[in-house]
Design a protein around this ligand. Structure first.
Ligand code: ATP
Length: 361
């Protein structure tokens, strides 16, 4: 793979009468050709601002954007081979579906025969051929989203930017569209840069994810990296809502694993990247689904059930442990076997290496 888009120390400050607002600090990222790349972060983290700078709708205050090694920072949107799909589709209501898809091709003054054949091909790709003569208002949200994708893909752009394109759809359709988007990206080979605040969307579709917060990249990696090896406290909590437990390092081995004492009974073996010294404080991240609940007679740390929330395929159990609370995700079967209800005594284990030491206090 080769680098297609280089974001070089891009900063953005919005200057206003009531004060200035820094939306992006110096962000640097490389996106490779043919990648499904996601910008993931909570509301206000700067992801839409970064996407708009890539598209050319917004100018960076500092830094630059290179496409295939060429600085495009000063180019208007139409001079970049980058198309955007917005959250609300922005289809033209007075045009048919086929006319919407053909729009970009006609604007590029492609010969009529090419426009017709490419439009047909794109409608087939998104499985909308049967509805080609309808108008956007006669389509469901999911169908409109497909047309918006077909319209964006029709002129064969090098890159497609997608700004929360699934957020207006209901849950079931959103999940179906994840597969659809991934298929479209694979079949066309076009680079997708996808913006979302939804971690499940990001984890399920992306080749790589950049987690953004407060205008900075918190972590860049594959979904597996981000999920299993969160770089800091923010990523650990934002992805999968991990428990963060304060402890003391009581042993370190050569393989980069640390033994941490959380309380008198709870000692966990956690992986870590940084060199640690015995005696220092550490923050241990442990995901609710990785903690195992056991009977009171088993070996493990003691806790008391405070709350149980039924979630369908699993349940979330809140345990009072010493002064703190630990959340555990468990199966209905375990709940029944252990007879857990608020007030029950329980034991639990954080399996070796299900825990990780993260940066941050
Ligand atoms: P969301 O998911 O809510 O859209 P986001 O991560 O996409 O959030 P941005 O839209 O990039 O965030 O905004 C980043 C920050 O910059 C926010 O605090 C926002 O209020 C601010 N901001 C965005 N656009 C402007 C503007 N035109 N003028 C002033 N501040 C702005």
């Amino acid at each position: 793979m080769s680098v297609q888009i280089r974001i070089e120390r891009v900063g953005k400050t919005y200057f206003g009468a009531k004060g200035d607002h820094v939306a992006l600090n110096a962000v640097s990222l490389d996106v490779e050709r043919g990648e499904f790349f996601t910008l993931l972060g909570p509301s206000g983290c700067g992801k839409t601002t970064l996407l708009r700078i890539l598209a050319g709708f917004e100018t960076a205050t500092s830094g630059r954007v290179l496409v295939d090694g060429v600085d495009v920072s000063a180019l208007p949107p139409e001079a970049r081979s980058i198309n955007t799909v917005f959250q609300h589709y922005a289809l033209f209501p007075h045009m048919t579906i086929a006319e919407n898809v053909a729009f970009g091709l006609k604007r590029l003054r492609r010969p009529a025969a090419d426009v017709a054949s490419r439009t047909r091909e794109m409608l087939e790709l998104v499985q909308m051929t049967a509805l080609a003569e309808r108008r956007p208002t006669q389509l469901s949200g999911g169908q409109q989203q497909r047309v918006a994708l077909a319209r964006a893909l029709a002129p064969r752009p090098d890159v497609i930017l997608l700004d929360e394109p699934l957020s207006a759809l209901d849950l079931k359709l959103r999940q179906a569209m994840r597969f659809e988007l991934k298929r479209l990206q694979r079949e066309t080979g076009v680079t997708f840069i996808f913006v979302t605040h939804d971690q499940d969307e990001a984890l399920s579709m992306s080749d790589r994810i950049a987690v953004l917060a407060h205008g900075d990249v918190q972590q860049l990696g594959t979904p597996e990296d981000i999920y299993s090896r969160p770089a800091n406290r923010f990523v650990a909590q934002f992805i999968g809502d991990a428990n963060l437990l304060k402890g003391e390092v009581i042993g370190v081995d050569a393989a980069g694993q640390a033994r941490c004492r959380i309380n008198e009974e709870l000692i966990v073996l956690a992986s870590c990247d940084d060199a640690l010294v015995v005696g220092q404080e550490a923050l241990v991240s442990a995901r609710p689904e990785q903690i195992r609940l056991l009977a009171p007679s088993d070996e493990g740390a003691a806790g008391e059930v405070r709350n149980v929330a039924f979630m369908g395929d699993s349940s979330l159990v809140e345990l009072a442990v010493g002064e703190g609370v630990i959340r555990v995700q468990t199966s209905g079967e375990t709940l029944r076997e252990l007879g857990l209800a608020p007030g029950s005594a329980v034991r639990f284990q954080i399996p070796p290496l299900a825990a990780r030491i993260v940066a941050g206090q």
